[in-house]
Design a protein around this ligand. Structure first.
Ligand code: PLP
Length: 396
């Protein structure tokens, strides 16, 4: 008999977004042209001045272990940047730099949740939330939101889902996978319920700078006095600075929690990559024009994609205020025969689209909401044009 898997990992699913990307990669390796709208990363290269800071760090021998929770300069820069942009003060000791925001989320759940605790997650949600919560032994409680309300959790829904076991609300605004952004008023209503019920919040703000048109990002703990002590803010450089491979993210947390996250990290992974931390420091403190350039390019692509979706019969999409995803309603096409294959759900839809038209997207079911597919517009307009031409042909 082989080695038995632990009960905890038996329940863990692989990341569907990475699985779809891997499938697209296999087809590419066979020499096929694939339009990959499945990945959640900017298609831009990391800006040159950030790479140069990394070269300099290597040349200066900054290639050794660093403090587990990150180099002091980076932690200071993170809290200063947050203060300048959002107005709240954190001590550097409240910042823990990790191997990406995903790791910061894992640390946050692991340090605050006990087996059986309930975590409220509005669906559709980013694929890793439920799995990371389960790793801590806690229970994800998924609340379906509605497209007609732009996929936002309402105060009534939130209140009705609270039980004696509820500990945490998980929020992501701007959202992956829908691109929606909660207004200050909407977040304030949720914040009142959090405070009344002594809950706490993990606010994933990784897309905070990728916001389009008149939409405004509001950071959750800024909304009510006392909320800062009940919130862990998650952020990082992956999306804002096209630095997904460098693996730098962070948490801003109450000091006792930050201290434990640092201890946990010191035992599990030691410090995040030293060279990447110097690159992240340059990203935050250096020239920010690269961010505006990327945002204006994403905004053009968002408008293009919204236009194409509106044109294709039977597709629709709620407003994308931020991030770089379209969460497309394909319900009118489910049950149809597409290219000889009957497509009954979002997974079958995505597999048939990839197989027949070589366009990779991700099924809504992976985000907890059936009847939709997620298409990333972190792709050139030319690629998006070809991909949407193919989607239109697939559905014609
Ligand atoms: C909502 C959300 N949070 C966190 C992450 C993880 O980011 P990182 O690359 O910093 O681990 C992602 C990446 O896709 C994301 O979409």
């Amino acid at each position: 008999m082989g080695i038995e898997l632990s009960k905890i990992v038996q329940g863990i699913e692989p990341s569907a977004t990475l699985a779809m990307s891997a499938k697209a990669g296999e087809l590419r390796a066979q020499g096929q042209t694939v339009y990959n709208l499945s990945v959640g990363e900017p298609d831009f290269n990391t800006p040159r001045h950030i790479c140069e800071a990394a070269f300099k760090a290597i040349e200066a021998g900054k290639t050794r272990y660093t403090p587990a929770s990150g180099i002091p300069e980076l932690k200071k820069a993170v809290v200063e940047e947050y203060k300048n942009r959002c107005g709240l003060e954190y001590a550097a000791a409240q910042c823990v730099v990790s191997n990406g925001a995903k790791h910061a989320l894992h640390n946050s759940f692991f340090c605050t949740l006990n087996p059986g605790d309930e975590v409220i997650i509005p669906a559709p949600y980013w694929v890793s939330y439920a799995e990371l919560v389960k790793l801590s032994g806690a229970v994800p409680v998924i609340l379906q939101t509605d497209e007609s309300n732009n996929f936002k959790l309402t105060a009534e829904q939130f209140r009705a889902a609270i039980t004696p076991k509820t500990r945490m609300l998980l929020l992501c605004s701007p959202s992956n996978p829908t691109g929606n952004i909660y207004s200050g008023q909407e977040l304030g209503e949720l914040a009142d319920i959090v405070l009344e019920n002594n809950l706490f919040v993990v606010a994933d703000e990784i897309y905070d700078r990728l916001v389009y048109g008149d939409n405004k990002f509001v950071s959750f703990p800024t909304l009510r006095p006392g909320l800062q002590d009940r919130t862990i803010v998650i952020n990082g450089v992956s999306k804002t600075y096209a630095m997904t491979g460098w693996r730098i993210g962070w948490a801003l947390a109450p000091e006792n929690i930050a201290k434990k996250m640092s201890s946990l990290q010191s035992q599990e992974t030691s410090n995040p990559c030293s060279v990447s931390q110097y690159a992240a420091l340059e990203a935050i403190t250096g020239d920010q024009s690269c961010v505006s350039l990327m945002v204006s390019e994403f905004a053009k692509r968002r408008d293009y994609v919204a236009g194409r979706i509106a044109e294709i019969p039977g597709l629709s999409c709620a407003e994308m205020g931020g991030a770089f995803y379209a969460f497309i309603n394909v319900k009118k096409h489910l049950g149809r025969k597409l290219g000889g294959v009957t497509v009954n759900n979002s997974k079958e839809f995505c597999l048939a689209l990839l197989d027949q038209k070589k366009v990779a997207t991700v099924m809504g079911s992976a985000f907890g909401t059936e009847g939709y597919i997620r298409a990333s517009f972190a792709n050139s307009i030319e690629n998006l044009q070809e991909a949407f031409d193919r989607i239109a042909e697939f559905l014609a």
